[in-house]
Design a protein around this ligand. Structure first.
Ligand code: FAD
Ligand code: PYC
Length: 416
């Protein structure tokens, strides 16, 4: 680890970063790699890192159309948790959360993980009944979750409207104490720097425009910077997965939709827990800078428009003021959207595709930031060994033939 004296910090602060070492190189593409990862979001970068670190495959390129982390990785609301219902999902998301818990140390990069808890509010006794059963299921899967009542909720979230006459009265909540937030672009940068140090080429401003396929087997990719050969190609492009699949000649059962969020002006610390409410359709957390980070549900039509709109903003504001009427005079600063890839069982697709040598990571929909680590880890295993790991074998495209769906709509929270 590099150490800086106060003097050197002051010198660097005044020098406009002159002489600073680049965190990762910016190489030109080589004619051929052992593996190419399409998409330099968190999942693509993590895949490249684990290919190099866990499997010794270092002749790898990450090919990114824009800049790394500029897709959903840098647009999400940073929530991490593992409170899913079914054993396959719980094992996968809890493994991912454990990787997050050690990430700052493992990658020598502060990802600013704050595990102050993730609270899902319940608004009716029917919700509460179902959630108490879900808590038992989570305990059976080894995931921490507990029921908390309204007095405890008021203690955790000052200003919350627990009035029984509210439009959506709060009757309690389910808390995962290990849930919380982590800096989203920090996660991308951490994986990028660590992958680069192991020899991975990160190639930005390089869009994949087609695939070279011969006798059903991939030979390489066509890009805006020329053709690159590789016998193994992994696609991790989230909301653009069906576009890439179309280039490779197969279809995916995903729909691309916009998911929006916004932030307020910074406030003094109010609460440190993440709060989600399915009935009002919103969730909220406070960033380390003090901004209230607020998100809503999906724009329920297919779209590639990475921008906010007034209709959704109105819904988000109405929902958040139901929960926190005191925020009515706080100014909103920014609103944005990311394009997410929705699968109807709210479970990701991680594994082989119909083209030999092409692998896919998609379908994380509204909830893949928390799985950046596990998604990258399992895809790297699948690419290196040409078979899924036990942790992603239930998540392959096969389930669309067998019908063995894993319906995690409830755990996906408010956003579907
Ligand atoms: P991305 O980060 O989108 O990366 C894909 C990359 O592929 C992009 O950089 C793109 O430029 C690149 N690409 C596309 N096409 C090509 C091409 N042809 N050639 C080369 N590169 C290409 N999840 C959570 O767990 N917690 C949350 O709190 C949360 N909140 C969210 C809030 C919002 C508003 C949004 C939009 C999403 C949220 N998510 C959340 C979901 C999460 O952000 C995503 O599931 C996750 O970031 C996907 O990561 P990724 O690396 O697969 O995709
Ligand atoms: O998956 O936890 C989640 C999430 C929170 C906000 C959007 N997605």
């Amino acid at each position: 680890m590099q150490r800086y004296s106060v003097m050197s910090l002051a010198r660097n602060a005044l020098s406009h970063h002159e002489g600073w070492q680049q965190a990762w190189r910016s190489p030109d593409p080589k004619p051929e790699y052992d593996a190419i990862i399409v998409g330099g979001g968190g999942h693509g970068l993590a895949t490249a890192y684990y290919l190099a670190k866990e499997h010794g495959i270092t002749n790898v390129a990450v090919v990114e159309a824009g800049w790394i982390g500029g897709g959903n990785t840098g647009r999400n609301t940073t929530v991490v948790r593992s409170n899913y219902l079914f054993p396959e999902s719980a094992a996968f998301y809890d493994f991912s959360l454990k990787l997050f818990e050690n990430m700052s140390r493992d990658l020598n990069f502060n990802i600013m993980l704050r595990q102050a808890g993730m609270l899902m509010l319940m608004h009716s006794r029917h919700d509460a009944e179902v959630m108490r059963r879900n808590i038992n299921a989570m305990h059976m899967n080894g995931v921490d979750a507990e029921w908390i009542d309204t007095d405890e909720i008021i203690g955790m979230a000052p200003g919350i409207n627990c009035n029984p006459d509210a439009r959506h009265p709060i009757v309690g909540g389910i808390l995962q104490k290990r849930g919380g937030v982590a800096r989203h672009d920090g996660v991308a940068w951490a994986y990028a720097r660590a992958a680069d140090a192991l020899g991975v080429d990160i190639i930005q401003q390089c869009a994949v425009t087609g695939f070279d396929i011969k006798d059903g087997r991939v030979q390489g990719v066509q890009t805006s910077r020329g053709n690159i050969k590789a016998k193994k190609v992994a696609i991790a492009v989230a909301g653009h997965s069906s576009v890439l699949a179309d280039m490779a000649g197969f279809r995916l059962p995903v729909t691309s939709m916009a998911l929006q969020a916004c932030v307020t002006e910074p406030l003094k610390p109010v609460f440190d827990v993440v709060i989600m409410s399915a009935a009002t359709g919103v969730y909220i957390s406070q960033s380390d800078k003090g901004e209230m980070v607020i998100g809503g549900g999906l724009d329920l039509y297919p779209s590639y428009a990475q921008r906010g709109n007034i209709g959704t903003l109105e819904q988000i504001v109405a929902g958040i003021l139901d929960l926190f009427p005191g925020l009515s005079r706080v100014k909103l600063m920014r609103q944005w959207a990311g394009i997410v890839d929705i699968v109807h069982d709210s479970t990701p697709i991680l594994g082989h595709t119909p083209v030999d040598g092409i692998y896919i990571n998609c379908g994380f929909g509204t909830g893949g930031f928390k799985a950046t680590s596990g998604g990258g880890w399992t895809l790297a295993y699948t690419v290196a060994n040409d078979r899924p790991h036990k942790m992603n074998e239930a998540f392959t495209l096969k389930r669309f033939e067998t019908g063995a769906f894993i319906d995690e709509m409830g755990a996906a929270g408010i956003s579907h």
